[in-house]
Design a protein around this ligand. Structure first.
Ligand code: SAH
Length: 224
């Protein structure tokens, strides 16, 4: 787990405290998740033009037609993954790198895959500026997973997919958890899968709206 640190001592601490209270009032209970949100400097992960809105509970544009997800949604993802600090986690759709940073506070190691090289480069700089080092940002099609480092104790997919990409199920460790928005391009159901023996248990967690997962096992890039 990353040696905390990150946001401590900057002038945005008060804003983070307010965001944490807002998330608590909206039902987020997991103390480790709330602590991660109170530590990670979200303003380093959003473009300068929207920095004044960094601690609102809303999605914001991050360039390339993509968005950094709403903090409440990110907190929900992290609650259902039930990380203990020891896991190796794969994140598909690293985007700004903010959720990668949150996972880094809650797990041992994070591999974040991002399809757009420019976003991946910005995510790397923001993570470095935040002093977070137990993460690796990779560029590629995350619907294929990332075989060299598999299996993963948890997999988080931050973009909408018509179905669960088969390589991600294969690369999930026994007992592992995978969270993914499943549906069409307009609305999806946030879905939790657990690998139990050779069975997959599935739980629907509620409606969400994400940008599309574009790749071999997601939506086809040509129709985007
Ligand atoms: N967790 C991110 C959310 C980013 S939005 C954050 O906190 O900022 C989803 C991201 O998924 C976008 O950056 C998009 O470019 C990326 N994406 C879409 N399809 C992908 C794929 N096949 N592999 C990897 N990344 C993908």
């Amino acid at each position: 787990m990353a040696a905390g640190a990150v946001g401590a001592g900057d002038s945005y601490g008060g804003f983070r405290v307010r965001l944490v209270s807002e998330l608590q009032s909206k039902g987020i209970r997991d103390l480790a998740v709330l602590r991660a949100i109170s530590q990670v400097p979200r303003h380093l992960f959003v473009p300068a033009g929207v920095r004044h809105r960094a601690y609102e509970d809303s999605a914001l544009p991050i360039g390339g037609g993509q968005t950094i997800s709403q903090p409440w949604v990110q907190a929900r993802y992290l609650e259902v993954l039930q990380l203990t600090g020891r896991e190796k986690v794969l994140e598909v759709g690293a985007g700004s790198g903010y959720q990668t940073a949150l996972i880094a506070q809650l797990a041992d190691t994070v591999f974040g895959i991002e399809r757009l090289p420019a976003l991946a480069a910005e995510a790397r700089s923001a993570l470095q500026a935040a002093g977070i080092h137990n993460v690796t940002i990779l560029v590629g099609d995350g619907t294929l997973g990332w075989r060299p480092f598999a299996p993963y104790d948890a997999i988080l997919v931050a973009a909408a997919s018509p179905s669960v990409p088969a390589p991600l199920i294969e690369q999930l460790a026994p007992g592992g958890r995978l969270v993914i928005p499943i549906g069409d391009r307009d609305t999806q159901v946030l879905t939790l899968l657990r690998k139990v023996g050779d069975q997959i248990e599935t739980t629907a967690l509620g409606d969400v709206r994400f940008v599309p997962l574009l790749g071999e096992f997601g939506f086809r890039p040509t129709s985007s």
